[in-house]
Write a protein of this length. Structure first.
Length: 469
């Protein structure tokens, strides 16, 4: 990425003629970065939109020089997606229904208030990341190399587990033991797919994908801990009532009562209780925030790793798959130190080309694997990062659902002329219900933008067979 001081904060926009960026969302982005210490122009990616009550639009990447800006990403840190590949297995309609039914039984929603992790386990998950899921839930050890950052950010540089216990309040540790490895409805989903076409055979072989094979893709948050930390260290517009109550109980005590001077009280109030704060990276508060954010990312890796282990076991039992292999785990809400900058991604996944990986690692020949979902009624793509991704702050959009919906509403996309459908099941017991497919013009629009700029290239096209959402 370019770290020279930019002459302007005008964003780099990656869009198509049929999917120009929304003017109101663009104005919101410009207001948000107006006074920021930008290391490079902010990036607008395909599927750019501004969701109600969110501080900033989705599908952006913003790099700052010396400040952490939590508002530039979502409070749900390490929300992300995982792809699993099945070796063999069957997926006729009855098999699909059986897999989804047993998945719903194993991951009910709401999941209740039972704690599945003790407070010590919460600290362990926040320290070990994916390794916690490998040790506790039997996730294949190969998942570590398939997970961003190896599934574990180093906490020692910020004080390690001992400091972490000070920076995660007791109530947050208790609450974070609940709903571990849950997925739930809304935009989160578990989807059984078939590899309809291989578009880059060498890369597909390296990722473990083959034409006609089955995959499981799921979109899940990082659990309670990331959401708590995302609001504990920033003022947020959007928060459920229960979260607002817990923040009212613990946030003042955690930040203000532990302060050592009146000046520190004032400083912490400005940083954590006012919207849009810029937290200096250097200094005590920067270390606190980076430690908490790294712990949130690790917890999210452990969380999705536990879900992946459960889905693998369900696929072996219900679909007859002898083995299930991790392909990639890709967060799309993150704050990382990269190339001397602080890179904030909001509903945008990291896209590192092959040369950024250590020789011998799974992505050293292909580039980082990326997931580009459409919807449950269109195709999705598995891609790998291209050599031009530096222009987008090494970032790609995490999906194309907004473009797909827009194309359908404008009549640019129509029902698929082939009689294909996805078996849809809901957490409230509804389904299975067949939902006819649309054409792929929406997801192909997002893909064409990424490929035209060499941000990513497609490896395989996936067709949904069944979805729980």
């Amino acid at each position: 990425m370019t770290l020279a001081r930019p002459d302007t904060s005008i964003p780099r926009i990656f869009a198509g003629d049929e999917s120009p960026p929304d003017a109101a969302a663009l104005a919101a982005l410009m207001r948000g970065v107006r006074d920021a210490d930008l290391a490079a122009p902010p990036v607008v990616l395909p599927d750019f939109l501004h969701k109600p009550r969110m501080e900033m639009p989705s599908s952006i990447a913003v790099a700052t020089r010396g400040t952490i800006r939590p508002a530039f990403t979502a409070s749900s840190l390490n929300c992300g997606m995982t792809l699993l590949a099945l070796d063999g297995g069957t997926a006729g309609p009855e098999d699909v229904v059986r897999f989804l039914s047993e998945t719903r039984a194993a991951h009910p929603w709401p999941p209740g208030l039972n704690r599945t992790l003790g407070t010590g386990d919460v600290i362990a998950a926040a320290t070990l990341g994916t390794e916690f899921a490998v040790d506790r839930y039997g996730l294949p050890a190969t998942a570590r190399a398939r997970t961003e950052e190896g599934g574990r950010l180093d906490l020692d540089r910020f004080g390690g587990p001992a400091a972490l216990r000070r920076e995660i309040p007791w109530l947050t540790r208790v609450l974070s033991g609940m709903r571990f490895a849950a997925v739930g409805p809304s935009n989160h989903f578990i989807e059984l797919q078939r590899v309809e076409a291989v578009l880059d055979p060498p890369a597909a072989r390296a990722l473990g994908l083959s034409e006609g094979g089955l995959t499981i893709q799921f979109h899940g948050g990082g659990g309670v801990l990331p959401g708590q930390i995302g609001r504990l260290y920033a003022r947020r517009r959007k928060a459920p009532t229960t979260v607002r109550m817990t923040m009212a109980l613990q946030k003042p005590g955690h930040h203000l009562c532990s302060a050592r001077s009146i000046e520190q009280v004032r400083r912490r109030f400005a940083l954590y209780f006012r919207e849009g704060a810029a937290i200096p990276l250097d200094g005590v508060e920067g270390r606190r925030v980076m430690l908490a954010h790294a712990a949130a990312m690790n917890f999210g890796f452990a969380f999705r790793g536990a879900v992946a282990a459960s889905l693998a076991a369900l696929a072996r039992r219900t679909l007859g798959a002898p083995a299930v292999r991790p392909v990639v785990d890709s967060p799309h809400n993150s704050i990382y130190e990269e190339d001397g900058a602080i890179v904030h991604r909001h509903n945008a996944c990291r896209a590192w080309p092959a040369q950024r990986f250590e020789p011998g690692s799974p992505f050293a020949h292909t580039g980082q694997a990326l997931l580009l979902p459409g919807t449950a009624r269109t195709s999705s793509y598995v891609c790998v990062a291209g050599s031009g991704a530096d222009a987008s702050l090494y970032s790609a959009c995490h999906g194309s659902g907004g473009i797909v919906s827009d194309f359908i509403s404008r009549g640019l996309s129509r029902p698929d002329p082939r009689p294909r459908a996805t078996l849809r099941m809901r957490y409230d017991g509804r389904g299975p219900q067949a939902a006819g497919h649309y054409d792929d013009r929406g997801v192909d629009e997002a893909l064409s933008i990424l490929t035209r700029h060499d941000i990513a290239r497609p490896v395989a096209r996936l067709r949904p067979l069944g979805v729980l959402h």
